[in-house]
Design a protein around this ligand. Structure first.
Ligand code: PGA
Length: 249
């Protein structure tokens, strides 16, 4: 049985007051035990605040990105050891916004994945195609290339302690969700691809769906055989929505 994960990707949103209120509201609304592991990924600067607030709960903490170096003259960056020091267990790598705006190539994402694991962080590896790529029938080759770069760096054994998030770029922040069938098709493809290398690793790896997941579409997405939870952007900033999504697993 794969334990589902619901991870909230706050992106570059929130200040101290808003974040405190959001975490508090999430804690209060999560008043009964749920099946899913809940992970919050706030902006780096808010990590200490959220860390303090989730003490005594089952909520985990994650970074949204990390640098490949451990320390040094890399202005503006945050390293794996820093994330660990501040209580993170997870780190998102290869989010499509990083790939599109900050030149995170497949190779750099693979390196970030490896570095996160070296420090004991569980990488949440984002993969997914643009609308143009989907329309050209390129979804699987694009996702394959994103996975192959990571497999080339860490091999299949690297996926023993990792999470994958399939996030079609056209569905992120657009209100256009992939249908459960569209998502399931890609999730099954990812799992089959990994199963060809190691059936056990493939059957244990959690594959989350991300892209306009909301309280009202989460249950139908999560009911699919290969969808093991979600990576939630916009809806993770609203406690009621986010908790409903967590309870949909
Ligand atoms: P969204 O973002 O839920 O706002 O579409 C998802 C993501 O980017 O991880």
């Amino acid at each position: 049985m794969r334990q589902p994960i619901v991870a909230g990707n706050w992106k570059m949103n929130g200040d101290r007051a808003q974040s405190s209120k959001l975490v508090n509201d999430i804690k209060n609304a999560l008043d009964t035990p749920i099946q899913a592991q809940v992970v919050l990924c706030p902006p780096h600067i808010l990590i200490p605040l959220v860390h303090e607030q989730i003490q005594g709960t089952n909520i985990s903490l994650g970074g949204q990105n990390l640098d490949v170096h451990d320390e040094g003259a890399f202005t503006g960056e945050v390293s794996g050891p820093m994330l660990v020091d501040f209580g993170c267990n997870y780190c998102i790598v290869g989010h499509s916004e990083r790939r599109a705006y900050y030149a995170d190539t497949n190779e750099l994402v693979a390196e970030k994945f490896a570095v996160a694991q070296k420090h004991g962080l569980i990488p949440i590896l984002c993969v997914g195609e643009t609308l143009e790529q989907r329309e050209k029938g390129m979804t699987e080759p694009v996702v394959d290339a994103q996975l192959d770069a990571v497999l080339g760096r860490v091999s299949i054994s690297g996926f023993k302690q990792a999470v994958i998030a399939y996030e079609p770029v056209w569905a992120i922040g657009t209100g256009k969700t992939a249908t459960p069938e569209q998502a399931q098709q890609v999730h099954a493809h990812i799992r089959e691809k990994l199963a060809a290398l190691d059936a056990e690793v493939a059957s244990n790896v959690r594959i989350l769906y991300g892209g306009s997941v909301k309280a009202d579409n989460a249950a139908s997405l999560f009911s699919k055989a290969d969808i093991d939870g979600g990576l939630i952007g916009g809806a993770s900033l609203e406690a009621t929505q986010f908790v409903k999504i967590c309870q949909s697993c």
